[in-house]
Write a protein that binds this ligand. Structure first.
Ligand SMILES: Nc1ncnc2c1ncn2[C@@H]1O[C@H](COP(=O)(O)OP(=O)(O)OP(=O)(O)O)[C@@H](O)[C@H]1O
Ligand SMILES: [Mg+2]
Length: 302
């Protein structure tokens, strides 16, 4: 079972031709309502790739919560350990996107949701694999600590965070900390990417990676630096590619793939995702991912 814990959002998207110079009334070309949030999208990815998936997050009790819970039900993803808070709104974002992909995004989190302190009781079973994002930091810190103690794999999505002691504990404890480029800059205060990766490796003595969008992935394992190169593709939706990467990486580990094989598998899944639009409905199937994996190249840099 892949257990994903962290953020869940309802994204409301409206597409326009171009942004006006002043905030005036314009016509929208299309609208969409989509499930988002890093850990949530990772759970849908694991499920789409054939793994059993569970999601742990915080919901409100409004109409957005009903929509989101229904998506989990449709995909048969267990949310029984999630929390539902009364008289509270689920997190939502409102996105205005132009034809060049420029976006204005306003995200709303109900203070009641942010201030909810309790985390559910979890039993840490050897056969499970965890994936956490940094948006529900208390549960991510606890999961990283307990998975480390029980020798269970934990994939941490180190993106969208402020540097705190919690973050360094997660980097230390999670078996597979994987940064976004921005995340690594925040964590290592703008050192060069390779220097930052080796610094973290020297502190933790284990796998550490960074995803670099169209530039693929760089990672250090066993004191060596590797690069995963992805082919040039026509992208139509790069939003949530990182979330698909993390869900697919956890799925690969659960299929007993090595770290290198898991990077290839996750890169193939995320790159294919960028070639289709439709949010969670455009996550690729396992057979497409396996086929595309053959186009991914790995090199050892030093
Ligand atoms: N423009 C792109 N072309 C091809 N593949 C991409 C592109 N952007 C992202 N990917 C794929 O998705 C993976 C993760 O992307 P990225 O590093 O941008 O994640 P991120 O910064 O966490 O972004 P987000 O969380 O917003 O999706 C990359 O390693 C790559 O496989
Ligand atoms: Mg990300």
């Amino acid at each position: 079972m892949i257990i994903c814990a962290g953020s869940i959002f309802l994204d409301n998207i409206s597409r326009i031709d171009q942004f006006p110079k002043k905030p005036i009334k314009v016509l929208s070309k299309s609208i969409d309502k989509r499930l988002g949030g890093s850990a949530a999208v990772s759970a849908f990815t694991a499920k789409k790739l054939g793994c059993d998936a569970k999601f742990i997050g915080k919901f409100g009790d409004d109409s957005a919560s009903v929509f989101l819970k229904n998506e989990f039900k449709k995909f048969k993803i267990n949310i029984s350990k999630s929390i539902s808070i009364k008289k509270c709104k689920s997190s939502q974002s409102f996105v205005i996107e132009d034809i060049n992909g420029e976006r204005l995004l306003a995200a709303y989190n109900d203070p009641k949701l942010l201030n909810y302190k309790k985390i559910p009781n979890l039993d840490f079973r050897k056969k499970d694999i965890y994936a956490v994002d940094m948006r529900w930091i208390r549960i991510a810190t606890e999961i990283a600590k307990m998975t480390n103690k029980n020798n269970i794999k934990c994939v941490a999505d180190l993106d969208n965070f402020k540097n705190t002691l919690h973050i360094s504990q997660i980097v230390k404890n999670a078996s597979h900390p994987i940064f976004s480029e921005e995340g690594l800059k925040t964590y290592k205060r703008n050192s060069k990417i390779k220097t930052a990766l080796f610094e973290i490796f020297n502190e933790t003595q284990k796998f550490v990676a960074v995803t670099l969008g169209s530039q693929g992935v760089l990672w250090v394992d066993n004191n060596s630096l590797y690069h995963c190169k992805i082919p040039k593709v026509k992208t139509v939706e790069t939003n949530c590619a990182g979330d698909v990467f993390h869900g697919a990486f956890a799925s690969a580990l659960s299929l007993n793939k090595s770290n290198i094989e898991s990077i290839i598998f996750a890169s193939a899944a995320a790159t294919l995702k960028c070639m289709q639009s439709g949010g969670i409905y455009s996550i690729p199937t396992i057979s497409l991912v396996n086929k595309f994996s053959k186009k991914i190249k790995i090199s050892k840099i030093k």
